[in-house]
Design a protein around this ligand. Structure first.
Ligand SMILES: *Cc1c(COP(=O)(O)O)cnc(C)c1O
Length: 381
């Protein structure tokens, strides 16, 4: 099989058969001519299937090492499709340090519809095992988690899930398939917010999922069409263009983040740094086993709590104060007041997300400039 970078540029992207266009065209059309009643060339209506979207779906499937990919209008639309595999009374075990929007979907949309959830520390295998019940149909994991960057042993949790007959879902947004391929560790479904590293340029909202099992593809493709949370052709094209440079971007994010994490770990105004690549990280061994890099996300606690943390995030100039992550530009935010504000304060604190926690998405700028920006903001805070 060709290597990762080759597949990123070519998988699903043969020159266009009709015109020879080297780049997959944006098939901005809602419907497709039929040669005779019921006789078409693979496409009928763009909710059901569209050639630009199909190219993206093949490419992401190839990069995740899976058989089938599906693309959605957002990461949340992809997640909602996965959850529609379940019925009322079905139980899901999820990590407690979860993307805020996922937590909101589970608690505020799906729980009132009769689904039930347990939230556990995913890095504690015994806690995961204790949470599994006869009704558990799904285990939902992020690794690293958000915003504390705790690792979950995907292979071990997959085994626990499968022993109960539950599906193992991994949100692989933070690592991207360049650094971590959960299907190879036993996951059944890999989901992404393509808005982040896959798109990579902060110019599109999108989601994808990848599976190996044909029966899962069949049901999920049915849901994609029946519910309709699809991306338009232009958005699919933007994510596809982003994928071409995923490997080189991820290498730069990772290289910069290691240096930024080392700088923060030594800084007198920083109480703690959360980054799986630091030599002091207790989960470094697991990181080496299931990831081939550490990625561009770092969280750290500013000494003194909320106010100095707020001043830090308001004073950086290169690091833009914004939610989201995974783009070429560096971003900074305060989870308690921004990305994780939909989680009740008590729950948030109980899970270790301090009010003074700052989250960085380290971009691909010159790392010396990033470090001096943080140094100055911390000095002023
Ligand atoms: C952003 C994000 C999502 C949601 O994706 P959208 O594209 O914003 O809908 C889900 N999971 C993680 C880890 C994310 O960072």
């Amino acid at each position: 099989m060709p290597g990762f970078s080759t597949r990123a540029v070519h998988a699903g992207q043969e020159p266009d058969r009709a015109s020879g266009a080297v780049v997959v065209p944006i098939y901005q059309t809602s419907t497709f001519a039929q040669d005779a009643v019921g006789k078409h060339r693979g496409y009928e209506y763009s909710r059901t299937g569209n050639p630009t979207r199909a190219a993206l779906e093949q490419c992401i499937a190839s990069l995740e090492g899976g058989a089938h990919g599906l693309a959605f209008a957002s990461g949340m639309a992809a997640e909602a499709a996965i959850m529609q595999l379940l019925k009322p009374n079905d139980h899901t075990v999820a990590v407690d340090d979860l993307y805020g929007g996922t937590y909101r979907l589970f608690r505020q949309v799906l729980e009132p519809m009769g689904l039930s959830f347990s939230f556990v520390d995913g890095s504690d295998l015994e806690a995961v095992e204790r949470a599994l019940t006869e009704r558990t149909r799904m285990v939902w994991v992020e690794s690293p988690t958000n915003p504390l960057l705790k690792l979950v042993d995907i292979e071990a949790v997959s085994k626990l899930a499968h022993a109960k007959g539950a599906l193992m879902v991994v949100d692989n947004t933070f690592m991207s398939p360049y650094f971590q391929r959960p299907l190879s560790l036993g996951a059944d479904i890999v989901v992404h917010s393509a808005t982040k590293y896959l798109g990579g340029h902060s110019d599109v909202i999108g989601g994808t999922l990848v599976v190996n099992r044909d029966d899962l593809l069949e049901r999920l493709a049915f849901l994609q069409n029946a519910v309709g949370g699809i991306p338009g052709p232009l958005d699919a094209w933007l994510v596809l263009r982003g994928l071409k440079t995923l490997a080189i971007r991820m290498r730069e994010h990772d290289r910069n983040a290691r240096l930024v994490a080392e700088f923060l770990a030594e800084h007198p105004k920083v109480a703690r740094v959360f980054y799986p690549g630091l030599p002091s990280n207790p989960q470094r061994e697991l990181a080496r086993r299931q990831m081939s890099g550490f990625g561009g996300m770092i969280s750290f606690e500013v000494k003194g709590g909320l106010e100095p943390a707020r001043r830090t995030v308001e004073r950086t100039q290169l690091f833009t104060l914004a939610e989201s992550l995974g783009g070429v530009e560096s971003l900074i935010e305060l989870p308690a007041a921004m990305t994780h504000s939909s989680i009740p304060a008590e729950t948030r604190r109980a899970h270790g997300v301090a009010d003074g926690l700052v989250r960085l998405s380290v971009g691909i700028e010159d790392v010396a400039d990033l470090i001096s920006d943080l140094d100055r903001a911390l000095a002023e805070a």
